[in-house]
Design a protein around this ligand. Structure first.
Ligand SMILES: Nc1nc2c(ncn2[C@@H]2O[C@H](COP(=O)(O)OP(=O)(O)OP(=O)(O)O)[C@@H](O)[C@H]2O)c(=O)[nH]1
Ligand SMILES: [Zn+2]
Length: 310
């Protein structure tokens, strides 16, 4: 039988079979995946083949090849990685101009990593209901910036169900990863998009999460009109993996365009003469905030830092 892995709780995996049943499965044998040493060989979003036992449980026999997957390094076992999710069609990055403020560095790091994983991102600006006029103006500038670069943006309020209608056609029949800093309203949004879900929102999760380092597991939530949302509690971003300096530039779409006109083809766009990127920043063709985010990623790379949570 074939199915989709929708939940992983330690050694058990919930698999939604193509027939529509949910079966609890274990892994049988040793899945060694090409090139990655992972703490979890099977991830949410994986398409798998299962064999059922008579007691109603089953084991996962095979994993279909993945279209993509996102990993993060295990904090304590440096050589090992944890696969957060596989076969993602798109990511929704939930951001807020205020309450709390999402920094442009955070947004740009997320976008660059998503480019590396080849996952399209839409930016969802939430909490528009509580923004001042000045904050709304700032939000419009941000939306203009990111749309010009090529990212779809939506302005919503999770407290106003009507404002979320624009998200439905985007979500329908796709697998969408929800990400964003703590407190931006991911749970509130999901509770509205999936009636009856009752995800923990701030009040509850604060009571449970204080200072705890529990392992959190991703989960796929079915949308009433078809499609799935992947909720990754406690995981803020993708974490940047090993990128060469030249590669980093390639993940900033508009910077990459200008870089073709730099005098040196190994230009890092920091100090070199004849740098078309720095010229474009000076002439405001590239925004300073984007350029600064590029520099900050480059700096991490130079310092050999692995940035997990930004
Ligand atoms: N005014 C306003 N408040 C919102 C909106 N969306 C969420 N909130 C509030 O913001 C707080 C945080 O929302 P959550 O949905 O718990 O945020 P989260 O992103 O799930 O946070 P974590 O669980 O920490 O990841 C709650 O008190 C929500 O009621 C919104 O659009 N407008
Ligand atoms: Zn340059």
């Amino acid at each position: 039988m074939r199915g989709l892995v929708i939940k992983n709780t330690g050694s058990w995996y919930s698999v939604k079979t193509d027939e529509g049943h949910t079966v609890e499965c274990k892994i049988k044998g040793n899945f060694r995946l090409k090139g990655i040493r992972s703490t979890n060989p099977v991830a949410v979003g994986d398409r798998v083949e299962i064999i059922c036992n008579q007691e109603g449980t089953a084991f996962i026999k095979d994993i279909e090849e993945r279209k993509n997957y996102i990993i993060r390094k295990s904090p304590n076992l440096s050589k090992q990685s944890h696969i957060i999710a596989a076969n993602i069609d798109q990511a929704f990055l939930i951001v807020t101009v205020n309450y709390p403020e999402t920094s442009t560095t955070f947004i740009d790091r997320f976008l660059a990593s998503a480019e590396a994983y080849r996952i399209p991102v839409s930016l969802i600006f939430n909490k528009t209901d509580i923004l001042s006029e000045a904050e709304l103006n700032y939000q419009n500038l941000m939306i203009n910036l990111y749309e010009t670069i090529g990212y779809t943006c939506f302005a919503v309020s999770a407290l106003d169900a009507k404002s979320l209608d624009c998200l439905v056609p985007e979500l329908k029949d796709r697998i969408t990863l929800f990400s964003g800093n703590s407190g931006v309203g991911k749970s509130t949004l999901l509770n509205h998009l999936i009636p009856g879900l009752n995800l923990r929102t701030a009040e509850i999760s604060e009571a449970h999460n204080t200072g705890m380092h529990t392992t959190t597991f991703s989960e796929m939530l079915p949308l009433p009109y078809g499609g799935w949302v992947i909720d990754t509690p406690g995981i803020k971003g993708f974490g940047t993996f090993d990128m060469e300096p030249e590669e980093i530039c390639g993940y900033f779409k508009e910077i990459f365009k200008f870089s073709k006109d730099c005098r040196f083809n190994n230009c890092t766009h920091t100090h070199e003469p004849g740098c078309a990127v720095r010229k474009a920043v000076e002439e405001h063709y590239i925004s300073e905030s984007r350029y600064n985010s590029y520099l900050s990623m480059l700096k991490d790379k130079e310092e050999g830092k692995y940035r997990e949570a930004w």
